[in-house]
Design a protein around this ligand. Sequence first.
Ligand code: P6P
Length: 340
Amino acid sequence: MELTDNFRTLGEFIIDKQEDFQYSTGELSRLLSAIRLASKVVNREVNKAGIANIIGKVGNQNIQGEEQQKLDVMANEIFIEALSQREVVCGIASEESDHFIEIKCGTNAHLSKYVVLIDPLDGSSNIDVNVSVGTIFSIYRRVTEPGTPVTLADFLQKGVNQIAAGYVVYGSSTMIVYTTGNGVNGFTLDPSLGTFYLSHPDMTFSKKGKIYSINEGNYFKFPQGVKDYIKYCQKEEDDRPYTSRYIGSLVSDFHRNMIKGGIYIYPSTSQSPNGKLRLLYECNPMAFLAEQAGGKCTDGFNRILEIQPTELHQRVPFFCGSFEMVEKAEEFMRNAAEQE
Ligand code: P6P
C-alpha cells in the first residue's frame, strides 16, 4: 500500500472524532485505542496459529455448549486484559464468559461510564481451515451510578443505546470497521508498521444487492417465509437469480455484503426457534453498523435495535444487509405468517 498523506491513522481519526462527543473526556478514545491494541495482538496470534500449534480445542465448552478453540480463550483474555488495564470500562460481557466481569473497583475503572460486550473470536470454528474470523464489540454507557457496582442492567440495554460498535476482520488483510453513530469507517492494518490506516471511509450498503448469505443446509428447518425468500432469490426473473455466498463467519459475510451489496440471514429453525446468533454481542453491534451504513436489520419482523434484552446470551433471528433486500425478505415472512 503506497502511503500518502490521505491515509489517516486510526489513532488520528479517533482523536479527530473525539469532538463529536459532547462533554468528551477522552474515555471513549482511550477505549477504542484499547480495542485497537488488542486487535493487533489477536491478529498476531491468529496469523501464526498454524505454526504455533495453538489450533485445536482446549477441551472445554463455553456457555453456548460450543467447543472452545484455544484462540477463542486467548482472544478473550487479550481483549479483557487490554480493556481492564486501561481502566476505561467498568464491566465486560463476553461470549466466552458465562457472567459479566466487573472491572475491579478501587481503581479508576469503577468510575468509568462505559461497559463493553464482545464476541472475541466469532467464527472460530473456521480457524483450523484458515478461513477468516472476526471480533465483534459493542459499547454502552452504564445505566447505574459510577462508583457503584456494575449490574446486569448495564448490559441488558436496547441496541439503540449503543455509543459505538464495530468488528475486526482477520482476513487476507486485517481491518477494524466501526461506528460511533456518525457513519461507518474501515481501517486496514499495515503489518509492517503495526498501524491501521483509513482505507474505507464512509462505508455504505447499496440499497439493492445480488448476494444472499444463509446456511441452506438447514432449508427444511426454516420457516416457510425464509423458504419462499430463498426460492425468490433463485428464480430466473428481473435481476435474479442472485448469487449464494456463505462463509460461515458472520463478520466476513457481513463485510463482503456491505462492500458488494447483499443480505445475511440466520433465521429461526425448527430446532432453534430463536436462531443461533446472540443479540447482545453479535446482532446489536452488526445492526448498528448496518443502519449507520444505510442498511436494515430485523428479526424478520421487528427492528433488532429496538429489542429489549432479557438475558446476556439470548439468541435472536437475524436478517441484515441491503435495505431493499431485507424489506423483501420481511415481506415473505409477513405473507407466510398471515397464511398460517
Ligand atoms: P452455521 C459462527 O459460529 C457463527 O456464530 C457466525 O459467525 C456464522 O455466520 C454462523 O455462526 C455459522 O453458523 O450454523 O451456519 O455453521
